[in-house]
Design a protein around this ligand. Structure first.
Ligand SMILES: [Zn+2]
Length: 208
């Protein structure tokens, strides 16, 4: 599984990278020309930067936003109050449903699951018929009339943009160890961290 050789690469994001990310975060179809113009640089520069951001796995994919209301899709908030011992089981059941878009387990004393669900309205209303209600105290589906703010992007502040070591969480600067696990790129500050991470990762895999 871990056949890829450890590679040393330079991972440093500068202001131009952050500007490019911010432009693409706002509109992933923005042309390289437009971005180059806004950043006062050339199209080939933007292209090579975007290629590098893709290569590093910092840009994972280009997506689109769809206006769901135009497609007859409804959104709702699902609230589940249950005994603490049942929370994980219920969360697991819910996460298997394609209607479940986000799910949070709160740290409140009233152990609860809050979930944003979306899909065919009838399916959504019937969601409680599709889970095992043992140990559930209360379950509610609240329809969303109008989502006033929906933004999944997180503002990129240049000061906070640094890669962190996947093992020790320290800021990674200069030479970085990069390794693929399960098709995902991980970055490490040194080979020791990479080795420790690999041990931990393999242990987790063995347990699963
Ligand atoms: Zn480290």
């Amino acid at each position: 599984m871990f056949t890829l050789p450890v590679k040393y690469i330079m991972v440093e994001l500068d202001n131009l990278d952050i500007k490019i990310l911010t432009h693409l975060q706002g509109n992933s179809r923005k042309s390289f020309q437009e971005i180059a113009k806004a950043c006062l640089t050339s199209v080939p520069t933007i292209k090579s930067r975007v290629d590098r951001l893709l290569e590093l796995g910092i840009i994972m994919k280009f997506t689109i936003d769809i206006d769901n209301t135009k497609l007859g899709i409804a959104e709702a908030i699902l609230l589940v109050n249950a005994r603490p011992s049942a929370i994980n089981r219920i969360a697991k059941e819910l996460l298997e449903m394609e209607e479940v878009k986000e799910l949070y387990v709160t740290s409140d004393s009233d152990t609860a699951i809050i979930s944003r669900i979306a899909g065919d309205m009838q399916h959504i209303q019937a969601i409680q018929d599709r889970i095992n209600l043992t140990d559930v105290n209360n379950i509610r589906v609240i329809s969303v009339k109008a989502p006033f703010r929906k933004d999944t992007t997180i503002p990129l502040a240049s000061s906070s943009i640094t890669l962190t070591c996947a093992y020790c969480n320290r800021k990674v600067t200069g030479d970085t160890v990069r390794k693929k696990f399960d098709d995902r790129d991980y970055f490490f500050c040194c080979t020791t961290c990479q080795g420790e991470f690999e041990k931990k990762y393999n242990k987790l895999l063995a347990k699963a």
